[in-house]
Design a protein around this ligand. Sequence first.
Ligand code: OSB
Ligand code: MG
Length: 369
Amino acid sequence: MKIDRIVLRQIRMPLVHFFETSFGRTTERDIVLVEAVSDGVSGWGEVTAGEGPFYNEEWTGSAWLILRDYAAPRVLEKQPQSANDVAPLTEHIRGHRMARGGLEAAIWDLDARLHGKPLWQHIGGGARREIPCGVSIGIQESVPKLLEKIEIELAAGYQRIKMKIKPGWDVDVIRQVRERFPSIKLMADANSAYTLRDADHLKRLDDFYLMMIEQPLAHDDIIDHAELQRRLQTPICLDECIRSAHHAEQAIRLRACGIINIKLGRVGGFCEAKRVHDRAQAAGIPVWCGGMLEAGIGRAHNIALSTLPNFTLPGDVSASQRYWKRDITCPVVETTPRGTIEIRDEPGFGYAIDHDFLREVTVRQEPVG
Ligand code: OSB
Ligand code: MG
């Protein structure tokens, strides 16, 4: 493979509904896309960083600079033999895994296309023909509004509901959700809104037989999560604090979690995501694929990732139309009435880019090299 050029684009698209977590509200997305070109063939990646440094330290603006000034020039200079060589080429960059992961994913897509193979096959997936889907529902203006949203997603077939929580929007709200929906698969995501001092309060969630509680404590903590897990019956799922297979191993060894959420960007791309997957599988820890309000490209990459064998739980990968009036791929990502997404057999990530619409939503574009 000879990579001729890398093109960065930033697109801006409003969300159909705002999305609120314990760290803030998003109404419009600013997303960096990476196009890697070889021999007239393009591979595409999507950087999953948010608009501000609040989920983690990265944001759209930092990703652009890391890619433009460090990651993309390095890859063009060193020229990877295959997609497997890309992650090591940018490992000397501390952190900034979402930026590096967007580039790595673009080259995985490119490599798959050059081989004429679907991406899911190229990464060693294909354990299932359709992936089980859940939805992540943000903090709402009222409990009736939340109940109505859950009702709509269940009617669409989604297999599990994740609700965002924070202090003041937790035990009482979950109690009302449970009263209304006694038997659904339900979980809660705190995005690091609590500390170990809240352990007794969080213990009250054991009454609601949640599938799991996601990232209750600090974004960079593993030890307190281990302490909390000892005190809770509900399994803890780690998101923010697992940035590498090394972190996964430490969390597993300390029994800090029973489940791991794998996000392609957060761990820096497919190579590291597969390593996290493999360590978890070896330890009997199930994983599922998280989401970062992706547009079609990131969504398609998540679908490929979700076909690895240990992705046995419904993830946060859902239909494009829940986020966008119009998405940048055609077709857009859709779900079946069974609450699944069927995988596609076209080369690469399996969806075409809607170039007309892409041009419409692009706010800046810059070739590297
Ligand atoms: O913690 O999983 C999270 C969105 C933005 C930042 C963090 C998270 C999320 C979600 C949404 O939960 C998942 C999605 O629907 O893409
Ligand atoms: Mg999360």
